[in-house]
Structure formats: structure tokens, C-alpha cells
Design a protein around this ligand. Structure first.
Ligand SMILES: [Zn+2]
Length: 64
């Protein structure tokens, strides 16, 4: 039975293939790494400095 690798579309045998459905270890690792990279992205990393600036202005206004 032949299966096409989800990563590089190369045909490989399903039987006796430890990397199935990938054609080789490299394709499997790249594909797993791709998913890991996507999981690694953390949204909201940007620190919003504008709020602290506004707080400072608020304090200034109260002091005057
Ligand atoms: Zn492949």
C-alpha cells in the first residue's frame, strides 16, 4: 500500500514505515515542529504602555 506524505507528497509504503503517514523521519519532525511552533506563539505578548501613561496624567491632574 502506498501513501503520499502529508508534508512533501512523496509516495511511501505504509507497511514497515515507522514514520507513516510521513515518508521519513525528517518530514515527521518538520510537521510536528510546525505544530509546536504554532502552539508556542503566545498572543498578548505586547505590553501596552499607553495605560500607564494615562494613569500618570490622571495623577498630574489631581495634584493641580
Ligand atoms: Zn515526506
Amino acid at each position: 500500500m502506498l501513501v503520499s506524505c502529508p508534508f512533501c507528497k512523496q509516495k511511501s509504503t505504509w507497511e514497515e514505515n515507522p514514520w507513516r503517514p510521513f515518508c521519513c523521519e525528517r518530514c515527521k519532525m518538520i510537521d510536528l515542529g510546525k505544530w509546536a511552533m504554532e502552539d508556542y506563539k503566545i498572543p498578548g505578548e505586547n505590553v501596552d504602555h499607553s495605560s500607564t501613561e494615562e494613569e500618570k496624567e490622571e495623577v498630574d491632574r489631581r495634584e493641580k
